[in-house]
Write a protein that binds this ligand. Structure first.
Ligand SMILES: Nc1ncnc2c1ncn2[C@@H]1O[C@H](COP(=O)(O)OP(=O)(O)OP(=O)(O)O)[C@@H](O)[C@H]1O
Length: 593
């Protein structure tokens, strides 16, 4: 079924192809969009005698092609290859002049005409330290008050009909110049109106940017990228974090843009488990050994399907969840969260028992992150609702927040973005920070300090337990769990533990943060979009570890938040329970027989 984009302003159907035709004719070219003659790709600064990241790659993209880049069994291939197109890696031999890498640009500057929007990476502006992500839950500070419109689209504040009247300039432009400018600006505005409507963002334009949910922010970033009308737009994992409906919306919008006579040419990076849209014409498949296969979709689809089948095969059902224990960890009775008159959560009743497994569902903006922030005690309204929110057998206000944090292991897109990428922080350090529940590695063995702040007794029980746990998560979720080659087990694990966290691929960072969430064996584990960026081998390893690999032990409860059903490690048959938020109201779903 094709999902149609909405006509703009109800009665006027505006086709993006009409709006997008505003680029000057001189930029239209029949030349290939991209041409990589048989080459290898190296890290910047690496000599040609070093091992290339990709080899034997021959890749040509023609103007009407719709390409998707997928990695099979490789951890960082897709994102690296896409970044190579922006000059972040060295292509050797370099695509020869006069056409270069992007022949259609006709020697125009790729930096101005090619843009990459990646959802797998932390924004570079964030720096190396920890970023406080809880600011959005409280009263929005003055400096965070800039609205989505002010931050991303300030030029759209002016009513569209004003654009018919030129502003007064000190040097008066010619009539022709003025009409060209206005018409360009009007077309840009029409495109903005079209996209804002079709991505369902209009009602968020005047909200502070910081208040937007994860999915809402992603849509806004895609809108901004499309509005800038790059000639080539590279989207890396644009579907990550989007709910089912929004994914359909975005894919159908991309299809319309693709069919427009002069589209922004789009290359999309996808995870192997993501759907390949019907309108895709070509695939680039990156293999574990660094080779890249490129060609028409019909020729390469069997490779994708064989990998999809192997990654979606679920593990045995012998490890169904044992029944919920009577012990209640979290109890919410008529919990509410509102920002002014905007009600985000309404009369939520939810009880989480020890040993239970939950899938928390809800569309983008439904309130899942807000609900979890109440559970972790990070949301300031968790204090004002204290009598309705019992955490670990006491009203919320009876616990200091650090105590609550020590009871809850978690992964979330906010934590992923905020986690420090400072130089010198190894994988081991990153995992070990969980023991002191902060973001600084502590202690002689980097597995934290004792509760009074002193060093752990050397070789003592606590230190031994922590070290054993570190190796357990590394073994259960580290590279030997995603690679079949087990021969050099200990060296592989040690080498991985020593790697710099900041140098890992986005998927590897996600799996390390999952290790961090599990290493202390907390009573409650929250896994919010924990699988972001992971390749199919990692997702499989993580599911297996959680289901039957000792990732969770009896008594621990776990809540999984994902928009992809097959990422939940447990099915109905295993006893997973589902809690759904719709328009701020929550209810437990029952299995349809
Ligand atoms: N400070 C705030 N002021 C106003 N509205 C807010 C504020 N913080 C959050 N919201 C709104 O609360 C709603 C719920 O946001 P939340 O992040 O909990 O959604 P979510 O279900 O986690 O979405 P996603 O799947 O996109 O991550 C959103 O519509 C968001 O815009």
């Amino acid at each position: 079924m094709t999902f149609r984009t909405r006509p703009l302003f109800g009665k006027y159907l505006i086709n993006p192809s009409h709006i997008l035709c505003c680029r000057s004719i001189s930029t239209i070219s029949d030349q290939p969009i991209l041409r990589v003659p048989k080459s290898s790709i190296y890290a910047l600064g690496a000599g040609s005698s070093s091992k290339p990241l990709f080899h034997d790659i021959s890749w040509t993209i023609h103007p009407k092609d719709a390409w998707i880049v997928v990695s099979v069994g490789s951890t960082s291939g897709k994102t690296s290859l896409l970044r190579a197109l922006l000059g972040h890696l060295r292509i050797h031999p370099a695509p020869p002049p006069p056409y270069g890498l992007f022949p259609f640009l006709n020697n125009r500057d790729p930096h101005k005409h090619v843009s990459l929007v990646s959802f797998a990476h932390r924004p570079r502006a964030a720096g190396g330290g920890f970023v406080d992500f809880t600011a959005r839950y409280g009263a929005v500070r003055e400096e965070d008050k800039r609205t989505l419109r002010d931050t991303f689209f300030p030029e759209t504040a002016r009513p569209i009909h004003d654009l018919a009247f030129p502003e007064m300039h000190s040097s008066v432009p010619t009539l022709l110049e003025t009409s060209l400018d206005i018409s360009k600006e009007r077309k840009r505005r029409l495109l903005f109106e079209y996209l804002v409507e079709n991505l369902d963002l209009r009602r968020f334009l005047e909200l502070p940017l910081i208040a937007l949910s994860n999915g809402q922010t992603r849509k806004a970033r895609i809108l901004k990228a499309l509005l800038e009308q790059p000639e080539l737009l590279i989207l890396d994992e644009p579907l990550t974090g989007l709910d089912v409906q929004t994914r359909k919306l975005l894919l159908s919008l991309l299809e319309e843009l693709h069919r427009a006579p002069e589209p922004p040419h789009i290359i999309m990076g996808s995870r192997i488990q993501d759907p390949i849209p019907d309108w895709t014409t070509h695939l680039a498949i990156i293999h574990k050994d660094g080779t890249v296969q490129t060609g028409p979709k019909e020729d390469l689809m069997p490779t994708i399907t064989s990998h999809q089948t192997s990654s979606s095969q679920t593990t045995s059902h012998q490890h169904a969840i044992k029944r919920d224990l009577d012990r209640v960890l979290i109890d919410m009775q008529d919990l509410n969260v509102a920002y002014g008159d905007r009600k985000v959560l309404k009369n939520i009743r939810w009880t989480i028992h020890a040993n239970s497994r939950w899938h928390l569902l809800g569309a983008n903006g439904a309130g899942k992150t807000t609900l979890l922030a109440m559970l972790t005690g990070e949301h300031p309204q968790s204090y004002t609702q204290s009598s309705k929110l019992h955490l670990f057998s006491r009203p919320r206000s009876k616990w200091p927040t650090p105590y609550l944090h020590a009871q809850i292991g978690r992964v979330s897109p906010e934590l992923h973005n905020a986690f420090p990428r400072r130089k010198g922080l190894s994988v081991w350090d990153a995992i070990g920070t969980a023991f002191n529940n902060n973001f600084m590695p502590r202690g002689r063995r980097r597995v934290g300090l004792a509760s009074d702040g002193s060093e752990l007794e050397e070789g003592g029980q606590v230190e031994q337990w922590r070290l054993t746990r570190m190796w357990h998560v590394l073994e259960g979720l580290g590279p030997i769990a995603w690679n079949s080659d087990n021969s050099k087990k200990q060296t592989t694990l040690q080498a991985f533990a020593d790697r710099q966290f900041a140098d890992l691929s986005p998927g590897e960072q996600s799996i390390v943060l999952l290790m961090r969430a599990l290493v202390t064996r907390p009573p409650l584990v929250l896994l919010d979009e924990a699988w972001a960026g992971m390749d199919e081998g990692m997702v499989k390893a993580a599911r297996t570890y959680l289901r039957e690999g000792g990732g969770l032990e009896d008594g621990q409860a776990c809540i999984v938040v994902t928009h992809w059903e097959d990422e939940v490690p447990w099915g109905w048959e295993d006893g997973v329970r589902r809690f759904q938020l719709v328009n701020g109201e929550g209810k437990e779903l029952q299995k349809v027989q």
